[in-house]
Each structure stands twice: as C-alpha cells, then as structure tokens.
Write a protein that binds this ligand. Structure first.
Ligand code: GLC
Ligand code: GLC
Length: 810
C-alpha cells in the first residue's frame, strides 16, 4: 500500500495522507543550522549540536507520537484546525506534504480555507523560514484568527528534559514590535551569548510567550485556550515553559490569498555587545537576519538558491535509464540521504534523540564514501577533524563531539576496525579529487598540537595498528567490537545497565575478527599505492607483503569450508562456523573478504556468496546472521541480547547488504547483485509501505529479519552507513562508474534487466557521458573514448572543462 507518490520532476516525495504508518520526515539546513520536520510539521531545529544548542522542544516516544513542532492553529468562526492535521486532528478536505531537497511544504484545506506552509533553512543562514499562505476558496468573506506556535527548548536538550528544579525558574523572553518579534533569552544573562527569536512580517493582534496561558494547564495540544477563544492573551513568560505564538487577524475576501513570512532564528552576539541597555538584549543581529527574509520575493529568491544549489550538487552523478525507481534513487534520494548522514552523523533523527551519540570515527569515515563527490572540500575538512582524534598508537576514539571536535572519553577507544576506516575515507577522497596534498597536511594526535605530523603518518599508524594487534591465529584482535558494535567478545556483562561495549573488558589478547582481516586486505592496496606515491617504497612493499600474508591467514584460519568464519572468541572458540549450534554464518566477512578479493581465484569467494544466498537471503534482504541466537551468551555480548530477527541478531542490516552486492559484482554476477539491491532500495518498497512502515525515499538501518515477529518492518531510517554504502554499490559497481587514482573506471555489472543507460559523471573538473549498452552478461566491457577504442576499463582523466564521451558495451 502507498501513502503518496514520487514527483521526480520536482525532486519531491508527496505524502497524501497525514496517517502514514510512521512519521515520515525530512531535514532542513546544510551548514550550521539544521531542522527535522515530519509530514505533520513535527520536529525541531538546532544550531550545530542537537544536544547543546537546541531551539525547539520535542517529545520523543510520546503519546501520541511526534509531538512538538511548528504549529499553526486556524480559528474559522469557532472551528479550530491545523493545516498540518496535527495537533488538533480536525479532518481535512485535502492534505498534501511535499518533502523536497532541504524544504517541506504542507498544504491542508478545510471548509473553504486552504493553508499552505513552506518551511526551509536558507543556505548560509541560521534560521527556519516559514511561509504561510492562506486562501479563502469560498464565495463569501472570511475572518480568521490564526495562531503560530512553537515551544522553546532551554538550549541543552538533555538538561531541558531532566532538570526541572532549575529550569522552571530560568525562562526569559523579550517582546518587540507589539509582539511581531518574540525573543527567547533564557540563560543569556549569564554565560550564553546567543538567543533565538520568532518573527512574523506583519502586525499582530496579540501574542503569547507563556505555555500555560496559551494552552491552559490541563488542556492537550489539540485544544489550546488561546486558539479556542480566538484571542491571544499577551502573556509574558517568567520561568516555566516559554513559547512563541503570534496572533493574527486575517480578513479574506472571496478568492483572496494572504501570505505571511515567519522567521525562527538563532544569533550569536559578541560578548562585549551583548546588551543594548541593562537587561535588554542587543537585537541588531536579529534585525539583520529578519530583514533578509521578510518579503515573499526574498523567500522565493532563497528557495531558488536552494534549488540551484541542489541541481549543482546532484549533477556530479546522474543516470538516465528506463527504470524510474533506479533513476530516482541514484539521482535524488540516495545522494540526498548521504548529505544528511554526513551532516548529522548518528545524532538527530526520529530514532536518535540528538543527545546521545556524537560523531563516530567509523561512521563518519564511511559517510564520506557516499558524500565525497558532492562537496569534496567538506570531506577534506572532515577527514582532518577525524584524524585529529586518533591516538599516537594508531587507535582512535570511537566518537567525538561536533561542537568541540574532541574525542569522547566515555566511550573511549578499542574498537579495532576504527583505524582502518580512516584509510578508506582518505583513499576515497583522493580518488575523487587527485588531491595528494592532503597526505602532507599536519594533523595532531588526540587534538594535542604538539604532536602534529603528516596525515600520511596517521594512515601508517592505522595500518600498523592492525599489525601490532594480531591474535593467536595471526588474525586481527577484535578489541571491544569491530564493525558489529554488538559482537563484544571481550566484555562479559552480567549486570543490567552496563554498556556492552565499554564495561568489563577482558584483557586477554585472544578474540580475533575475520572481518577486520578482510578490511585489512581490502585497504592494503590503497595504502601501498599512497605510500609508493610519496616515495615510501619500503612501506609499500611491506604493506603488500603483509596483505598477502593476511590473505593466506584468512584462507587458513578464517575459512570454514563453505564460508568465511566470523571470529574467534575469548576462549579461542569459533564464531560463525558450522561447528556452532546457532549462528553458523554471518554476513560481514563474506562481503568484506570477497570485496577484498580473498578467495576469488581459489573459488572460496563464490562458495561463500552461494552460502549467503542459501542461508541469509530473504524476500526483504539479507539477514546479518543465521540462525539467530535464541539465548544470551555472555561471551558474545549485545548481539545475543536482542530477540531473534531484530538488530544485529539476524536483522537485515541494510548497511552490509551492499558489501555482498559489491562482492557479487566482483565475481561477475550482476543479476544477483541487482536483485539484492532492489530488495532494500526504498523506492522499490513503496508499494509495501504498510509492512515496511518507514519513508519510501530513504534507507533504514534495519529491516526485521525472517526470524522476527514482524519480518519486513523497518526501523531507524535516515542516519545510517547504509546511505553511503548503497550509493557506492549502485553508482560504482552496478552502474559501474567509479573514480580511481588515475582515471575513471567504467565497469558496469548489473545484469540484463536494465538494457541501455547513460551515466553523467563530473569528476576533477571534467564531465564524462557514459553510454552503456548492457547485455547483462557481466563480461569485460568494451570501451571507446571520444570515438577511439581503448583496452581495459580505465578512462584517463581529462583536462578540467572537457566533456568526454564514453561508449561502453558490456
Ligand atoms: C550502527 C553503528 C555502526 C555499526 C552498526 C553495526 O549502525 O552506527 O557504527 O557499525 O550499527 O553494529
Ligand atoms: C549500534 C548498534 C546498536 C548498539 C549500539 C551500541 O548502534 O546498532 O544495536 O546498541 O551500536 O553502541
């Protein structure tokens, strides 16, 4: 069942009912100021850090779900409703929510009044702009009382929802221009030098800033006193819960439409200029921001800017084919999600509260893979930030905080896959840009300026960290966990509330990861190439040697007969082996070892992938392991804490499905690879939205596996490494256009279902138009470049400004 449709021309998903199976959301903002907005106008915004600088209060896990947002109450002769349906839930004669790239437009109509609310963050600014159009579609005049509403968060979102003994006394506001501008200045008197405001570009009939007055203490969201009465109370908050509400008197002749522009902004004021007079905040920066967006023309110009911005970004990779679902994933939604994950890491979504995790070392490096072609300069900056949190021995803080860019001590280090991801990230950046200069960039360890050394030295420590931490079989030690955060082989936790990752680490150097071994072999050629490039021939030679050795070790100690083992546990027992009672096979080493080329020649790769097909594949995607653990195993950790079929215990992790997809292309099985991809690519799941439940335009982290009670149901949409890896899989391996160090590799492998297609790729200043005639046989492609046949699949990079025509038959 569908709850909307794709409007590809406008790059929008159009939701046609407020009653989707879950709130379907969008993100606004792209630099420092971000917002989440659901199809019912729920959500919140923040400046840079969703925990420490939150502007709007939002209630997670509430009844009803999705409470807190930008609400407009319309009182039409006593009939009170919202164009966003929530919170009154008054029936609408028509409803539509268009989620576009960086904006959302919600339109609701009731009894002859149509109200349309456009929300976006203008690029480069720290504000949400809300443009509200209200139209009288009847033949008679209308007098409407319209009330805006937002609730302020007292900045620190965690403190805001826990520390009421203090917070009920700190709230402060100021009111200006008769109530058209409402300022939120809680804690400004002391250590803060920022405040927020909510402005409307019109005279108001009244305003409110005190929540209790606006609603009435015992009313719920659907029945605020002020909206029911049809008149604002001009309340001035003092402590408790400050809000901002404008009261507008709107007279509309038959057919008439009026437009109001609201600005919900954030400003910082230099310490010395904080006050206009004692106790009165300096409003100059707010006025400047308000003036930029106070007319519909300014709004239209900013929207045009936003749209052009996205057209530019998306033109770096696009495909034209006969499969419209493929086109919309590749051209619009997957890169869009990659941008969002790059910006947010795993901080703020409808499944991540914005107060928990910072930026992950592993996560951020992987996010780069799908983002780097959009804005390489920002990827460069991110790489330096990440590398600056590394330790001198090559290990890394698992997470760092975006405001301070410091490593997070609570989580610490010891996730032994982390260091290698840095090499993946840097290699992807250099492939895209050719900027080898980044390797000479001086980067500190643990943010200590005294320890600055070249970025290449960081890569070297990463690489050698693995070599310095090998276990009894010569495989890499796993540490607290590898990619699978929940495979905790050194943490025997028997006490509730302990972290599975950070408590009770066994010190023994025994538990080993075949997955990290695969990563090591996978990344070694890139590392060796870069070392060579800088003239470190010995290091390059050593890397190649060690990689060959690891390859042999995997085949010797990491091969189980029909698939790759997952690990050895603390006691030296096998994990993911046919010797085990449960969970004989795991997805991660099959994907990563084959991607690295392990066993491709000897036939193990094919066997391993056939085992994946046989044991892990389901109609909704490939599960992580099979069979699930049916009871808790203290020596395995969090993985066995989940009921069967959910999360890491045999859920479908959409993040590592693309590893298998890429692996299938490595052995030329494009048909199977494309089939796997279609099972998890959201546009193909639109018709099953009642089962899947989450947005049909973005990937979710997990879909419940075949052993789950609710097989096929997705959770945790938006912020997941799934976005980057699937973009890599579809764009670089199935469609087969990927930047390499010395040229653009063109090697499609996606089976015969999509016959002809054209990929347009901009890279290093030139544009490549690649016309593919695809028989689906998976054989080596035949290429001509500007009419001349070449051997191999590498199209040399052209001069900036050039347009190169590539014809490819495969
Ligand atoms: C989550 C984490 C990621 C981890 C994965 C598997 O997506 O963000 O770092 O690799 O779960 O446990
Ligand atoms: C990852 C896993 C999650 C686990 C968390 C712990 O996000 O997906 O299940 O609880 O890591 O760090």
């Amino acid at each position: 069942m569908r709850f909307g449709y794709f409007d590809d021309k406008n790059r929008e998903y159009v939701i046609t009912t407020p009653k989707t199976p879950y709130p379907w959301i969008n993100y606004l903002g792209s630099e420092n100021f971000f917002a989440l907005v659901s199809h019912r106008a729920g959500g919140y915004c923040f400046y840079r850090d969703a925990r420490l600088r939150r502007l709007m209060r939002y209630r997670y896990n509430n009844v009803p779900t999705d409470m807190g947002g930008r609400y407009f109450y319309i009182n039409d002769g006593g009939d009170v409703w919202n164009p966003s349906f929530a919170p009154t839930k008054a029936a609408l004669d028509s409803f539509e929510c268009r989620h576009g790239l960086g904006y959302t437009r919600i339109t609701g109509e009731r009894k002859g009044v149509r109200a349309s609310l456009l929300m976006f963050v203008p690029p480069g600014h720290t504000a949400e702009v809300h443009e509200l159009r209200i139209k009288n579609t009847t033949a008679g005049p209308k007098n409407l009382k319209v009330f805006s509403f937002i609730e302020w968060c007292l900045w620190n979102a965690y403190d805001d929802m826990t520390n009421y003994q203090r917070n009920f006394s700190t709230g402060e506001v100021e009111i200006e221009r008769g109530g058209s501008t409402i300022y939120h200045k809680t804690e400004y008197r002391e250590r803060r030098d920022h405040y927020a405001f909510y402005n409307v570009n019109a005279e108001v009939a009244g305003f409110d800033t005190d929540r209790e007055t606006f609603f009435g203490l015992y009313n719920d969201w659907s029945a605020p006193d002020v909206a029911l009465k049809g008149a604002s109370s001009k309340s001035v908050a003092s402590g408790w819960s400050p809000i901002a509400s404008h009261g507008l008197d709107v007279d509309l002749a038959p057919g008439e439409e009026k437009t109001f522009v609201f600005t919900l902004g954030y400003v910082e004021v230099p310490r010395a200029d904080k006050w206009e007079k004692p106790g009165i905040i300096n409003k100059k920066p707010a006025h400047a921001l308000i003036e930029k967006f106070s007319t519909t023309e300014q709004v239209a110009a900013a929207m045009k800017g936003l749209s052009d911005h996205w057209s530019r970004l998306l033109s770096n990779y696009s495909v034209e084919s006969t499969d419209e679902k493929l086109n919309r994933m590749v051209n619009i939604w997957n890169p869009y999600q990659c941008m969002v994950t790059f910006n947010m890491s795993r901080s703020a979504s409808y499944f991540e509260t914005g107060i928990g995790r910072g930026m992950g070392f592993r996560d951020s490096n992987q996010d780069l893979l799908g983002f780097v072609h959009l804005v390489p300069e920002r990827a460069r900056e991110r790489i330096i930030d990440i590398a600056s949190t590394q330790f001198p021995d090559g290990s890394a803080y698992h997470q760092y905080q975006p405001l301070t860019k410091r490593g997070n001590n609570d989580v610490g280090s010891g996730f032994n896959d982390d260091p290698l991801w840095l090499i993946f990230g840097v290699a992807a950046y250099i492939r895209e840009t050719g900027d080898y200069g980044i390797l000479d960039e001086q980067v500190p360890f643990d943010n200590d300026p005294k320890t600055k050394t070249s970025l290449f030295e960081h890569l070297k420590r990463s690489f050698n960290y693995t070599l310095n931490n090998l276990g009894p079989h010569g495989l890499p030690l796993i540490g607290r966990a590898d990619w699978n955060d929940c495979l905790n082989l050194n943490c025997f936790s028997e006490t509730p509330d302990e972290s599975f990752q950070t408590t009770g680490n066994r010190t023994g150097r025994t538990a080993e990861s075949v997955f990290i071994a695969g990563m090591f072999v996978g990344v070694a050629p890139d590392y060796a190439f870069l070392a060579e490039k800088l003239g470190f021939t010995d290091e390059a030679k050593k890397a190649r040697g060690e990689s060959a050795k690891m390859n042999d070790t995997i085949l010797k100690h990491g091969w189980d007969g029909e698939w790759f083992l997952r690990a050895y546990d603390f006691f030296g027992n096998k994990v993911g082996s046919k010797e085990n009672k449960e969970s004989q096979i795991f997805i991660e080493p099959q994907g990563f070892c084959v991607m690295a080329g392990v066993g491709v020649e000897g036939g193990q790769a094919k066997k391993a992938l056939d085992s994946v097909k046989e044991r892990l594949d389901t109609k909704y995607g490939i599960v992580l392991n099979n069979t699930p653990y049916s009871e808790y195993h203290v020596e395995l950790g969090e993985i066995s804490s989940y009921p069967p079929g959910y999360k890491e215990n045999a859920g479908i992790f959409c993040h590592n499905n693309p590893w298998v997809i890429i692996a299938e292309t490595m052995i030329g099985r494009g048909d199977r690879a494309f089939d796997y991809w279609k099972k998890i690519a959201p546009a193909y799941l639109e018709e099953q939205s009642e089962v899947h439940r989450l947005e049909p335009y973005v990937y979710a982290q997990m879909i419940a596996g075949k052993d789950a009670v609710r097989h096929g149901e997705a959770k945790n949409s938006w912020l997941t490494g799934t976005a980057a890896w699937n973009f890599v899989a579809i764009s670089q391996y199935l469609l087969g256009v990927r930047p390499d160090f010395d040229g653009l590799r063109v090697h499609p492998c996606m089976g015969g279902e999509v016959g002809k297609f054209t990929v347009t790729r901009k890279c290093r200043g030139a544009e490549y138009r690649i016309n593919v005639k695809n028989s689906g046989k998976g054989a080596a492609p035949k290429l001509t470049v500007d009419g001349k046949a070449i051997t191999g699949d590498l199209v040399p990079y052209a001069k900036p400004g050039a347009t190169v025509i590539v014809d490819c038959e495969v």
